[in-house]
Design a binder for this molecule. Structure first.
Ligand code: SF4
Ligand code: FES
Length: 207
């Protein structure tokens, strides 16, 4: 695979063909924030927090760095005024849904996002899809999925599968930027298979 040079925040970076701008930046220790990206998962492009400004052949565009492939002589700006403004707005919108998320609050400090700018509509899940995709792509279990659409879209555990697969896994827990996932699992457990949390054997009626 051929190598190429690009410039990220003024720094010359060598990247391999096929890498994304995010991967190239990370290989050079240049930080770009992400919420829906995970190196073990297929690119998703859902949160847009990784937006950067790219300049190529005299044209400037805003792109999701987790999806955008590197190009020879590409110029990338990860902290231009417009990039910071977009990230600030994204964080303000997400904080209306998940006001207690530590990860979002930390990012809000960096980008000067006001957590009270938009009316609160707490759903706690920001629909990054990390849990759903990790369970499907890495664990190949498909225990969690999205249900409903639009404003009602949410994640949901399939109780019968969760009772069998989750108790000794829970690899998705640390991926969640809001802790909603843990709450959703405990709720599923309490309703559908309480014997796992109380460590008692299921009665015949419960199985
Ligand atoms: S529960 Fe957490 S990891 Fe899963 S989609 Fe929602 S915010 Fe993302
Ligand atoms: S990390 Fe790129 S769109 Fe979410």
């Amino acid at each position: 695979m051929s190598e190429m040079l690009l410039r990220i925040d003024g720094k010359e970076v060598t990247a391999r063909e096929g890498m994304t701008v995010l991967e190239a930046a990370r290989s050079a220790d240049i930080f770009i924030p992400t919420l829906c990206h995970h190196e073990k998962l297929e690119p998703y492009g859902g949160c847009r927090l990784c937006t950067v400004e790219v300049e190529s052949r005299g044209r400037t565009n805003l792109v999701a760095s987790c999806l955008y492939p590197v190009e020879r002589d590409l110029v990338v700006r990860t902290r231009s005024a417009v990039v910071d403004k977009i990230r600030k707005l994204i964080l303000e919108l997400l904080l209306a849904h998940a006001p207690d998320s530590t990860e979002l609050k930390e990012l809000a400090k960096t980008y000067g996002a006001n957590k009270d700018r938009f009316e609160k509509e707490p759903q706690f899940c920001i629909l990054c899809g990390l849990c759903v995709r990790y369970c499907a792509e890495v664990k190949k279990k498909n225990v969690i999925g999205f249900v409903d659409n639009g404003g009602k879209r949410e994640i949901s555990f399939i109780p019968e599968l969760a009772a069998k697969e989750c108790w000794d896994c829970k690899e998705c827990y640390p991926l969640c930027p809001t802790s909603y996932l843990q709450a959703a699992y405990h709720l599923t457990e309490a309703i559908a298979f309480p014997w796992l949390s109380t460590k008692r054997l299921p009665t015949r009626e419960e199985t």
